[in-house]
Design a protein around this ligand. Structure first.
Ligand code: P6P
Length: 344
């Protein structure tokens, strides 16, 4: 009978959070409540995405966000759902979102006393929705630095990534997963739609130290820095002794590319290009959370020259170049970027 019972023994996200409250000094359930509400929004967004084609919520709303990007209906829906659920937790005093030019502050008494702030990309990769390619939500949580009881300030959101209390993503893929870290390892929870719970499926994820996959938009090759071009050329050299040529895998949805590389090994790059000399990805709600997760899983995350988590943000939607994934592959990119001669 035990083997039968074993099949039904699950650890839900809420159970795990409660069991791990001891990871938090003076744990009083505030973080647990906040992450629980992020989980609620994730389930509702998941349902919206799964029915998108039937519910006429694909396509654009005819506006552009602060990035000048075409806003999809689901960008708007996901943004509103996460903001509403995070506010309902009563533990968060403000949010920075890719979809909002300015920070979103809450002025109800509970939220004003909230000790956390959240930075998020509510639906990363949404351009892929029409083609049914997996997309993701990325979130990053900090303790506020402004006084509790007052409105959140911009300074709360411009903290270095190494100050993050927690970071994670939801990947709406062949299955829907919530992956997060609080600085004590990376844990993955797979949504079981039959019980409506995220259940622990990936306990203390460690990313392979190396790998055979590189993920980059090679359409921008000609405008990449020379060091990046040399790394891409290095990946293509026929050298069975060093496991090359590597495999090129690029989904165009960072959460999906990162998640695959996290589990099987590989490196994701979004270098500077002519169109985007600072790179395309945003520091506070894309690069910092992904970098925190990568480092917690034994990987590495830099701009190609500087550790992502040590960058002091200067603006809400600041972009930085990103090289993230298996430790030795990221180091290899850095060697090429520093023009250190590397044998092929
Ligand atoms: P490109 C999606 O828009 C995104 O922000 C990331 O998810 C993805 O990795 C990147 O942009 C893709 O950008 O320029 O290669 O289409």
């Amino acid at each position: 009978m035990n083997h039968i019972l074993k099949a039904y023994k699950v650890t839900t996200l809420n159970q795990f959070l409660i069991e791990r409250q001891a990871d938090f000094p003076y744990a009083s359930g505030e973080f647990t409540r906040l992450l629980h509400h992020i989980g609620i929004a994730a389930k509702i967004v998941n349902r919206a995405i799964n029915k998108a084609g039937l519910a006429d919520i694909l396509g654009s709303i005819g506006t552009t966000n602060v990035q000048g990007e075409d806003q999809k209906k689901l960008d708007y829906i996901a943004n509103e759902l996460f903001i509403s659920s995070i506010r309902n937790s009563g533990e968060c005093c403000g949010i920075a979102s890719e979809e909002n030019d300015e920070i979103v502050t809450f002025d109800d008494e509970m939220s004003l006393d909230g000790k956390y702030i959240v930075c998020m990309d509510p639906l990363d990769g949404s351009a892929n929705l029409e083609s049914n390619v997996s997309v993701g939500t990325i979130f990053s949580i900090y303790r506020r630095i402004s006084p509790r009881g007052e409105k959140a300030t911009l300074e709360d959101f411009l903290q270095e990534g190494q100050k993050q209390v927690a970071a994670g993503y939801i990947i709406y893929g062949s299955s829907t997963m919530l992956v997060y870290t609080t600085g004590k390892g990376v844990y993955g929870f797979t949504l079981d739609p039959s019980i409506g719970e995220f259940c622990l499926s990936h306990n203390k994820v460690q990313t392979p130290k190396s790998g055979k996959i590189y993920s980059v938009n090679e359409g921008n090759y000609n405008s990449f820095p020379d060091g990046v071009k040399r790394f891409i050329d290095y990946c293509k050299v026929d050298s069975p002794a060093t496991n090359r040529p590597f495999s090129s895998r690029y989904i165009g949805s960072m959460v999906s590319d990162f998640h695959r590389n996290l589990l099987v090994g590989g490196v994701f790059l979004y270098p500077p290009t002519k169109a985007k000399p600072e790179g395309k990805l945003r520091l506070i709600y894309e690069c910092n959370p992904i970098a925190f997760l990568a480092e917690q899983a034994g990987g590495r995350a830099t701009t190609g020259t500087k550790r992502i988590l040590e960058i002091k943000p200067t603006s809400l939607h600041q972009r930085v170049p990103l090289v993230v994934g298996s430790y030795t592959l990221v180091k290899r990119v850095e060697e090429f970027m520093q023009e250190v001669p590397v044998e092929h």
